[in-house]
Every structure is written in C-alpha cells, then in structure tokens.
Design a protein around this ligand. Structure first.
Ligand code: ADP
Ligand code: MG
Length: 398
C-alpha cells in the first residue's frame, strides 16, 4: 500500500467550497494510486464559529479557572466537528470516510494537557480503515493519555499529527495544505515581495519554523526528518507544486534561505557591582524553577543580557527585585532571524544586515549567530520595515 498523508489547515476546511477543493486533492491522490490518510484542523481562524480560539473564548474569561484537562477537551471539539463535516462532504461525493480521533488513530501522549508529548503511535486502526477501502479522516492536534483523557499537542499541532502519522505509516510523503503556495522567503503577510522556495532541507525549514514562520510546526519537521519522509507544503486552492522538503536538496553554501521574526519579546539587561558570577547563577536557577525560557543570552564581566517572552516579564521582574538586582527592561522587542544553509564567513552577511538596518534607522539591541542563523533584536515597531528592507537586500538585489 502506497500511503500519503494529507493535512488540511484551518483555512482549507472553513467553507463548503474550500472543503471540496481539499477533497479534490484527496481524490487526485487516490487516482494516482495512493491510499490517502486525511488529517484536519478545526475550521477557520479566530472569530469563525468552530475555530479553536473561538471555542477557547467560551471559557477563557479574565479569571481563568478551567483545569487544563477540561480546556483540552473543549479544544478537541473543533477538530472533531471539522472531521465529521468533511466526512459528510466526502459522502456527498460518493466516497465513504471514517472519522478517527487522535486516540482512535493510536496517538498516545503524556498528560501534559495543552502541550502533550507523544509517547507512541500505533497506527493499526488507520491501516484497518484503509484496508476496508475507506478514507480515514483523523482529527489533528489531538492525542490521548493511557487513561483515555483527550490531550492536545500545542497550537499548530495538526501539522504534528500529519507528520507523526506519516512516520508511523511509513508514508510516501506528507502533504501539508494551507493558504499559501508553499514556504516563502518571508511571511507574505508582512513582506508582500516574498517569493516561494521550491526546495528546502529539513534543517532550514526547522530553523525557519522554530524562529517564528508559522507556516509549518517545527515538531512536524522533526518527525518527517526522523522518518526521512518528504514533507510538501502546498496550497489547497491552487495547483502550484509547493515547497518540497527533503535532505537531498543541493547544499549551496552561503545561501540565505529565508527571514522570519518573533514579536512579543522583552530584553533584560542586568548590571552587577562585582563580576556577578554567583548572582548570575542564582538568577538562572530561579528562572529555571519558574519554567521561564531565556534566549539570546550574553554574559559579560559585570553584565548579563537576555530576552524572554513578554508574558514572562512580570515574573522575571519579581525575581530580580527579590535578589535586589540593578536591571533595565526593554519591552516590545522583535527577534529577527536570517536563516541560511551554511553561512560560512558570516562577516559579509552580518555587515550587510547591520548596514541595512542602520540606513533605515532601525536600532539594533542585540545580535547573535550560529552556523546557519543570524539573530538580531530590534524594537517591535520597526519589525515590518526591517523585514522588508532586509528582504530587499538579501532576496531581491539583482
Ligand atoms: P493553516 O491554518 O493552514 O495551518 P497557518 O496560518 O498555520 O495555516 O500557516 C499559514 C500562514 O503562515 C500563511 O498564511 C502565512 O501568513 C504564514 N507564514 C509565516 N511565515 C511564512 C513563510 N515563510 N512562508 C509562507 N507562509 C508563512
Ligand atoms: Mg498551521
């Protein structure tokens, strides 16, 4: 059996017309001799009646009393509704589908509600449905604990379901259908000039996704890589070939693949009277105890700089006050990432980046780099301008 996993995101299942276009993709795959396994997200985005955020808004008032277990149960409803409606659409076109929840599909997770980790995937029920000649429609974003509780895999988690099942079923490929023609050099909503990338390596996509490009979930890329299964990002409403992600893409050196950003970051600058080693360790220990992630960490004699998610700012300030530490905070920052294959001799890229930002009066608060990525922290208000200008310089210069 040649299995293909086809995952359809929220905007791909939001209307009857879109669902029929999604179904066209499934039928086309079946006609090419594949056994399709369909994964669906909840219908639409915030504001749409059955979208995850809309369901959440039913209970997430200003005092959030709900236990995470019950919130997960509520969030799971979105994908269940979507899958059942899709099954009805298949039926109307003469195809019989079978709806499977994450648990039915054999996705067993721990009980970390809201962001559960997958323990195992036992896909025999999906195989049984395929053997019966039916189309399995699996509710994305969901798993089940060994005790039978519904769990969710974290926001954007339907991509994870698609990739997990692709790996477990040793699929020929995993197709992620969304509302853009593939992965682009930048988010087209921020950079209108962004261009489609035809081929990418798992590592490049992982970096891009992990640093904010929400077109695909980074954990989905990890599962596809672990199974060495081609991951293809496509548009439900077009015939564009999409972005093909494998390991066999030519590894051109010094090529910049894409640019992305993450907003809602806070920079924390700490000054110590002495060289600060012990206090520095105390701070990190206390932050770890509170589960606060820090990023872009630079420790110098007498000074320490790092960034946190804005949501953690209050907790960080409390810790610093408790330790009587002299600190300064810069709110509303954006972490911009320039991602490449192997940026050997980083100097040229870094100089081009800094020059571009300086020419456009964008203040650089911090930078860092690895073999494949340059990060730079700027004010959120400069984000759109910085991304567009950097994109012009790195992707549009002839
Ligand atoms: P879905 O509901 O199909 O999962 P998402 O909203 O999660 O869709 O992902 C698709 C969106 O990702 C696009 O509409 C686009 O705005 C955004 N996006 C961010 N970065 C990129 C990028 N580099 N390339 C393409 N799309 C991107
Ligand atoms: Mg998504």
């Amino acid at each position: 059996m040649k299995i293909i996993v086809q995952k359809f995101g929220g905007t791909s299942v939001t209307s009857n017309e879109k669902r029929n276009m999604a179904i066209n993709k499934v039928i086309a795959a079946a006609e090419r001799g594949y056994s399709p396994v369909v994964v669906v997200s909840a219908m639409g985005r915030e504001g749409d009646p059955y979208a995850t955020d809309t369901l959440l808004s039913l209970v997430n008032s200003k005092d959030n009393h709900m236990a995470k277990r019950e919130v997960d149960l509520l969030m799971c409803c979105g994908e269940i509704i979507s899958a059942v409606v899709m099954a009805e659409d298949f039926a109307q076109r003469g195809y019989e589908a079978r709806v499977l929840t994450g648990g039915n599909a054999g996705i067993i997770t721990n009980a970390n509600f809201g962001d559960a980790s997958v323990i195992s995937v036992e896909a025999k029920r999906i195989l049984h449905v395929l053997e019966q000649g039916l189309i399995p429609i699996v509710t994305g974003f969901q798993g089940m604990t060994e005790d039978g509780d519904y769990t969710t895999l974290g926001r954007g988690g339907s991509d994870i379901t698609g990739a997990l099942l692709g790996k477990a079923l040793k699929a020929e490929s995993i197709e992620i259908y969304t509302d853009v023609d593939g992965i682009m050099t930048a988010d087209p909503n921020i950079v209108p000039n962004a261009k489609i990338i035809d081929e990418m390596s798992y590592n490049e996509v992982f970096q891009l996704a992990d640093q904010g490009a929400k077109v695909v979930h980074p954990r989905a890329v990890e599962y596809a890589l672990a199974g060495n299964i081609p991951l293809i990002i496509k548009n439900t409403v077009s015939d564009a070939p999409g972005t093909v992600i494998t390991n066999s893409r030519g590894q051109a050196e010094n090529s910049i693949t894409g640019i992305t950003s993450m907003v809602n970051k806070t920079q924390v600058i700490i000054n110590f009277c002495d060289n600060g080693c012990n206090t520095c360790n105390d701070i990190f220990e206390l932050l770890a105890k509170k589960d606060i992630n820090i990023d872009l960490v630079n420790v110098f004699p007498g000074q320490e700089v790092f960034i946190v998610d804005s949501a953690d700012t209050y907790a960080v300030e409390n810790i610093l006050k408790q330790l009587c530490i002299d600190y300064r905070i810069i709110n509303n920052c954006s972490k911009v990432s320039l991602i490449g294959n192997t940026m050997r001799g980083m100097t040229e890229v870094m100089s081009k980046l800094l020059k571009t930002l300086e020419c456009n009066n964008v203040n650089v608060l911090q930078t860092s780099n690895s073999r494949t990525t340059i990060w730079c922290l700027i004010k959120e208000a400069d984000n759109r301008k910085a991304l567009n200008e950097l994109h012009n310089v790195f992707f549009c210069a002839s």
